[in-house]
Write a protein that binds this ligand. Structure first.
Ligand code: PHE
Length: 517
């Protein structure tokens, strides 16, 4: 803590009715320390003060050299005078040095101290006054210069630098007293009981005081955008899916989604596999007491069916891949159960959607689900890609859904985040048919950007898990990072996530609002 200057200030003033200058009265005290004491005394009118901005001039090393030994031109003049019968121009650098010769010669000519006589320099007078040196000597001792033109010239010649110094001029105020009596900041029951409040020196409220910033945690921009998306989903009647399983089996991440086992997405280059343990147990239902287990809302009259037996589901997936089933001819390759039990860091949250849809299949009815959580891909990290990111995923199950309905829904959904123009491009996902990439026109960027991927889940996937024919399911996914980067104007994803993140940015970034309809 800085030392309290209130007493020294009051002491200094007791001896003087004239204003004092802080740099003279307290030359070695930092001006901020003086200022805080002046503020405290000033707020009680014990003193009055004003701040005086002053330019402080300092000689540069070159300026110091001139003040000590004379200007370039004076050195040239001295050399020429010393030569008695003129000085050969070519000899000058050897005597006074290159720099002095170059600068000093010109200046000495300008001042009319020397003249040229064929190849010699001759003095035109016996003595000169070295004004530059005199000027610098005066600046050195007073640290000031009143002629602004001359000062500008010295600055241009890099002989002098200017810095600011704040000095306070202070004097006695109307309530000046020798001593600074501590003011009461609280009216206590004791003061009321004893009556001392009547004479107490109560501190006045300072309504202009700014509150000190309260140290606190801060929400990461991704969390802020995430909660905006959650609200959009909730207001559209979606239920949140449990996304606590970062490690999934190949079954939920791929096979259940009709992704063939030789699909490139399942390569080591694209997917992180877990080395230990190598394999999981076959899929089974979460324990009833699992806190993350999805609670599907049921009407009281409805009887809760059990989901399709897992062995049956497993066999269906096996068959639909290898031979085909439910009207599909399948991929026709030998399906390997071990591959399905390998453990992966989930590459998309569609693994969660598959698990939840399988639960829904027990009591098929219209339903809307969403999730927003982390996924992992074995990608080369660059400005727009990380090996882990977040996916926003939505799923709508209903009877008689059509592709037109999906397009219509997307228009409503993206309008809620301020994107009013959409384009759809046919795409391919192993688990949806048809599939569409979604592009949105970004007003701020002035161009079309890819914002998501979508489709209608295939019967091979849905019927294997027991979803009845006639019920269709839309699915779509987008990254959380993309809209966050656009919202916060971050162009490098590594500034948003990972070890390069600037904590000040996280702490001070503004709240996010999507321009909703
Ligand atoms: N899983 C897809 C992805 O990773 C997104 C998606 C989800 C597409 C559901 C269609 C249906 O991009």
């Amino acid at each position: 803590m800085a030392s309290d200057m209130t007493a020294p200030i009051l002491d200094a003033l007791s001896a003087s009715d004239a204003p004092l200058l802080s740099n003279e009265a307290f030359p070695s005290t930092p001006s901020l320390t003086v200022k805080s004491a002046l503020d405290r005394l000033g707020s009680r009118q014990m003193i009055e003060y004003e701040a005086i901005d002053k330019d402080i001039l300092t000689l540069t090393p070159e300026g110091e050299e001139i003040a000590a030994n004379g200007s370039h031109e004076a050195k040239v003049f001295a050399a020429v005078v010393a030569a008695l019968d003129g000085l050969k121009i070519a000899d000058l650098p050897g005597i006074v040095g290159k720099d002095n010769a170059k600068i000093g010669q010109g200046n000495a000519f300008k001042r009319g101290w020397i003249k040229k006589d064929s190849d010699k320099l001759r003095a035109t007078k016996e003595s000169i006054v070295d004004e530059t040196r005199e000027l610098l000597l005066s600046v050195q001792s007073t640290k000031s210069l009143s002629d602004s033109k001359v000062l500008a010239d010295l600055k241009r010649r890099k002989l002098v630098t200017v810095s600011k110094e704040i000095t306070y001029k202070f004097s006695k105020g109307p309530k000046y007293a020798r001593e600074f009596v501590k003011e009461e900041t609280d009216l206590t029951p004791e003061m009321l009981a004893s009556g001392s409040w009547k004479t107490a020196n109560l501190k006045a409220y300072n309504f202009n005081a700014k509150g000190a910033p309260t140290p606190s945690g801060a929400l990461h921009p991704l969390n802020k955008v995430r909660s905006e998306f959650r609200n959009i989903f909730f207001e559209m009647g979606f239920q949140e899916m449990p996304t606590n399983r970062f490690v999934e089996t190949g079954f939920w991440n791929f096979d259940a989604l009709f992704v063939p086992q030789q699909h490139p997405a399942r390569d080591l280059q694209d997917t992180f596999y877990i080395a230990d343990p190598l394999h999981a147990d076959p899929p089974r239902e979460d324990p009833v007491d699992d806190p993350h287990r999805l609670q599907l809302a049921q009407t009281s009259s409805e009887t809760q069916n059990k989901p399709l037996d897992y062995q049956q589901y497993w066999d269906n997936v096996h068959e639909v891949h290898e031979k085909g089933k439910f009207g599909s001819i399948g991929y026709r390759y030998p399906w390997n159960a071990d591959e399905s039990l390998r453990l992966v860091l989930r590459t998309h949250t569609t693994s969660v959607s598959a698990y939840v849809l399988h639960q829904l299949a027990a009591n098929p009815r219209p339903a809307r689900f969403f999730s927003i959580d982390r996924v992992f891909r074995n990608e080369a990290v660059d400005a727009t890609h990380l090996a882990e990111f977040h996916q926003i995923e939505g799923v709508i199950a209903d009877f008689g859904l059509t592709l037109g309905g999906l397009i219509g829904f997307m228009e409503v959904f993206f309008k809620k985040m301020g994107i009013h123009q959409l384009r759809f491009k046919p795409a391919y996902n192993p688990y949806t048919e048809p599939s569409m990439e979604i592009f949105g026109y970004h007003e701020g960027l002035g161009k079309w950007v890819e914002i998501g991927n979508s489709g209608m889940f295939r019967p091979e996937m849905l019927e294997s898990m027991g979803i009845p024919k006639g019920m269709q399911v839309y699915g779509w996914g987008l990254s959380l990072e993309r809209p966050t980067m656009i919202k916060y104007g971050v162009s490098n994803i590594r500034e948003l996530l990972g070890h390069k993140v600037d904590l000040n940015f996280i702490e001070s970034n503004p709240a996010v609002r999507l321009e909703k309809e």
